[in-house]
Design a protein around this ligand. Sequence first.
Ligand code: IMP
Ligand code: MG
Length: 171
Amino acid sequence: MSPRTEIISRLQLQAKVEELGRQLTQEFQGRQLVLLGVLNGAFIFAADLCRAIDLDLEIDFIRVTSYGESTQSSGSIRLLKEPSIDLTGKDVLLVEDIVDTGITMAWLQEHFRQSPAKSVKICSLIDKKERRTVPVDVDYIGFSLDKGFLVGYGLDCAEKYRNLPAIYALD
Ligand code: IMP
Ligand code: MG
């Protein structure tokens, strides 16, 4: 295992997910909320977040091309898995693990704005601004961090460490 430093503890993650859940429960009251988790990184966050939202929501997952084995973004995005549920007239919340360069989220936001969804918003567990190259408005943010390559709680490095219960920086 690579050397690593704990950045966000299990308890901090739990508290933040509860807080976001309360906020989203209020803001999406009376609307047709669809959570769209971005695979693979957001699978744990989305699973926890959906249980912290006290609404009659729908949940589905999408998949985009990833960084592969590298920690650098390739810059070109493709959707490998579309949502299976009908988004017509619904309020979509894209659930992401981390926004880094912004390339993925800006692309997804534009893609779903052209869908029949009524609205498209973004919730990201982590907003990391150091490498932002494409501007993107993240509507709901768990934690804002300056830098570091993070793993755990769904975040990976070459598919490893996703199962760690807290978030660590690889040294
Ligand atoms: P972006 O397109 O550069 O904003 O990258 C978004 C995607 O890159 C995220 O969904 C993650 O899967 C991956 N990513 C970016 N930074 C990290 C990190 O620090 N750890 C693990 N994955 C990351
Ligand atoms: Mg991701």
